[in-house]
Design a protein around this ligand. Structure first.
Ligand code: ADP
Length: 515
C-alpha cells in the first residue's frame, strides 16, 4: 500500500518531531508526518495571509479554475488516493472509493455557483433616510480559515470545508486528525502539483497543533468530539473569531408500524454500520413501534449477520471495516459490556474480533435510556433497538439526548413522516433513508444542541459563511453628490436638514414608504 510519506513543510522548527501513522488492522506504520509546533503554524498562517490578497483578487471564476484543476488531479490519482486512504483507515474499498467522487461533486457544485453566490447584492433603501444612496452588500472572505478535521473521512471531511472556503477567497490552514493525516497530505501535494497559488497549507500534528491553528486564523471550522469542540469554542471566543462546529451525535431512527420493514431493516443497518459506525450522524439508536418490533428486529439481525467483515484492500469482498484505533474499540466494547451487565441482550456480534481494531457488527435489544450505549456517542458498529408504544413515545425518547445532529423516520406515510420530522430536535431528518442529507449539497448540514454551532453546505450559505459582509454606500449619481443629507456643517444647513428630516419621517410614518 502507501509508501511512507513525510510532508515537506518548508519551514523547519526546532521542536519538530514525527508522528507515526498506523494501519488499524495490523498496527503497521504506513506513514510519518511532522507534529508541528506553534511556530511552524504561526509562520504558515503568516504566509497564507500574504498569499490570500492575490487569491481574493482572482475572483470566484478565477479561483474556480484552480479548483477544477484540483478536481482533475484527484480523478487522475483516484486509485492511488483510495489506497492511501485505506492504508490509514482499513475501510472497505466500496466505502473508501466514495471519498474522491464526493469531493469532486462538492468542487463542481461550488465552483459552478460561486460567482452567483458571492455576487454583490444591490439592496433597496429602507426608507427616505437612505434613499439618496446606492447600497450594496459585498461578500469579502475571512483572510485565513482554519479547518480542523477528525479521522473518519480523511479526504472527504477536509474536502467538504476547504473547497467552499477556498472558493470564497480565503486561504486555508488544514489540520487533519493525527490518526489519519496521510490523505490530507496528499491533498496538499495535489494543490502544489497543479501549480496553484500557495493558499492551502496542511499542518499535521496532534491536538496542540490544532490549538495553535485556532490561535492564529480568522475563522475556525471544526469537526470532532463535543468535548474538544467546547475547547475550540472557548479559544475562539477569547480571540473573538467566529467558529463553525460539527460535533458528536446520537442519532435516532424511528420505525413506525406502517414502514416497509425490509427496506427499513436494510436502511437502518446501513445507517448504523457504514464506516463501521464511525459517522457523526450514523444511526445510534432505533425506536420501533410495538406491533412490528419482533418482525423488524428479526430482519435487522438477519441483515447484520449476513455482513462480511475484514480488510481486503482493493477487493470488494467485505462490508464492514475496522475502528480507527484501539481507544475507539475500547469505547465500543465498554458500551456493549455495560449494557449486557445491566440486562441487555446481544442478538448478533457483541465483541472484538480478529487482529487489530475490528469489532463485530452488533444488534442490542432490551436496552433503555439509563445505559451508556443509548446515552453516549458510541461511534462504532452497534445498533441498540428499543420497543415503543407509539409515535409519541418514539419522539419523546428520540429527543431525550444532549445531541441533535440528524434522525431518520421509516414509514409508508410521507405526510406522517414529515409531521414527525417537525417534532424532532435535530438538524436534519431523512424519511425512509439514513445519512442521505449530506449528499444534497443544497441542504444545510449542521447539528443542534451539543451537536454543534452553525452548518456547512446549504447552497449559498455554505460559501458565504467563509465571508464577512461589507456594506458599501455611494451617491446615486454625480448630480446627487451635493445631496448630502448628513452634512449639516455648512452655514444654514443644520436647520434645513433637521426640518426636512422631520417632515420626511413624519410623512413616512403616516403612509407606507414607496420608492
Ligand atoms: P476525534 O477523537 O473524533 O478525532 P477530537 O475532537 O479529539 O475528535 O479531534 C478532532 C480534531 O481536533 C483532531 O484533528 C484533533 O487533533 C484536533 N484537536 C484536538 N484537541 C484540539 C484542541 N484543543 N484544539 C484544536 N484542535 C484540537
Amino acid at each position: 500500500m502507501a509508501a511512507i510519506v513525510v510532508q515537506e513543510v518548508g519551514v523547519l522548527d526546532s521542536e519538530r518531531e514525527l508522528l507515526d501513522v498506523r494501519n488499524p488492522a495490523d498496527g503497521r506504520v504506513v506513514g510519518r508526518v511532522p507534529n508541528e509546533g506553534p511556530k511552524v503554524v504561526a509562520d504558515a498562517v503568516t504566509a497564507l495571509r500574504a498569499a490570500q490578497t492575490a487569491w481574493e483578487a482572482l475572483g470566484p471564476k478565477g479561483r474556480g479554475v484552480w479548483l477544477g484543476k484540483l478536481r482533475d488531479w484527484l480523478l487522475d490519482n483516484e486509485s492511488r488516493l483510495t489506497d492511501v486512504l485505506q492504508s490509514e483507515t482499513v475501510k472497505p474499498r466500496a466505502e473508501a472509493a466514495l471519498e474522491v467522487p464526493f469531493i469532486c461533486d462538492v468542487i463542481n457544485y461550488y465552483a459552478r455557483n460561486a460567482p452567483a453566490f458571492l455576487a454583490d447584492e444591490k439592496v433597496r433603501a429602507s426608507g427616505p433616510m437612505s434613499l439618496p444612496k446606492r447600497l450594496r452588500t459585498v461578500y469579502r472572505p475571512y483572510p485565513v480559515v482554519g479547518v480542523i478535521t477528525p479521522w473518519n473521512f480523511p479526504l472527504a471531511m477536509p474536502g467538504l470545508d476547504i473547497v467552499p472556503a477556498l472558493l470564497a477567497g480565503a486561504a486555508v490552514a488544514l489540520k487533519p486528525s493525527e490518526v489519519t493525516p496521510l490523505s490530507a497530505v496528499e491533498l496538499a501535494t495535489g494543490w502544489a502539483e497543479i501549480g496553484a497559488p500557495p493558499v492551502l497549507r496542511v499542518l499535521t500534528g496532534a491536538g496542540a497543533t490544532g490549538a495553535a491553528v485556532v490561535d492564529t486564523v480568522d475563522y475556525i471550522q471544526f469537526t470532532g468530539s463535543t468535548r474538544t469542540g467546547r475547547q475550540v469554542a472557548r479559544a475562539a471566543a477569547d480571540r473573538l473569531v467566529p467558529c463553525g462546529l460539527e460535533l458528536g451525535g446520537k442519532d435516532p431512527a424511528i420505525v413506525l408500524a406502517d414502514a416497509d420493514l425490509e427496506h427499513a431493516a436494510a436502511g437502518v443497518a446501513w445507517g448504523g454500520l457504514f464506516n463501521a459506525g464511525q459517522v457523526c450522524f450514523s444511526v445510534e439508536r432505533v425506536y420501533v413501534e410495538a406491533p412490528v418490533y419482533d418482525q423488524f428486529v428479526a430482519r435487522l439481525t438477519a441483515v447484520v449477520e449476513s455482513l462480511r467483515q475484514g480488510a481486503d484492500g482493493r477487493g470488494y469482498r467485505v462490508d464492514v471495516g475496522a475502528l480507527a484505533n484501539q481507544a475507539q474499540r475500547d469505547i465500543v466494547e465498554r458500551h456493549v459490556t455495560e449494557a449486557v451487565q445491566a440486562g441487555a441482550r446481544v442478538l448478533t456480534g457483541g465483541k472484538p474480533t480478529g487482529a487489530g481494531t475490528f469489532f463485530e457488527p452488533t444488534v442490542l435489544v432490551d436496552v433503555d435510556h439509563s445505559m451508556s450505549c443509548v446515552r453516549e456517542e458510541t461511534f462504532g458498529p452497534t445498533i441498540p433497538v428499543i420497543k415503543v408504544a407509539d409515535e409519541d413515545e418514539a419522539v419523546r425518547l428520540a429527543n431525550d439526548t444532549e445531541y441533535g445532529l440528524s434522525a431518520s423516520v421509516w414509514t409508508r406515510d410521507r405526510a406522517r413522516g414529515e409531521r414527525i420530522a417537525r417534532r424532532l430536535d435535530v438538524g436534519a431528518v431523512n424519511i425512509n433513508d439514513a445519512l442521505f442529507n449530506l449528499f444534497a449539497l443544497t441542504l444545510p448540514h449542521g447539528g443542534w444542541k451539543s451537536s454543534g454551532i452553525g452548518a456547512r453546505l446549504g447552497g449559498a450559505r455554505g460559501i458565504r459563511k467563509y465571508t464577512r459582509m461589507q456594506a458599501i454606500t455611494a451617491p446615486r449619481g454625480p448630480e446627487l453628490q451635493e445631496q448630502i443629507l448628513w452634512y449639516p456643517y455648512r452655514p444654514g444647513r443644520g436647520r434645513v436638514v433637521s426640518r426636512m428630516l422631520r417632515a420626511m419621517v413624519a410623512r413616512d410614518l403616516r403612509r407606507r414608504f414607496r420608492r
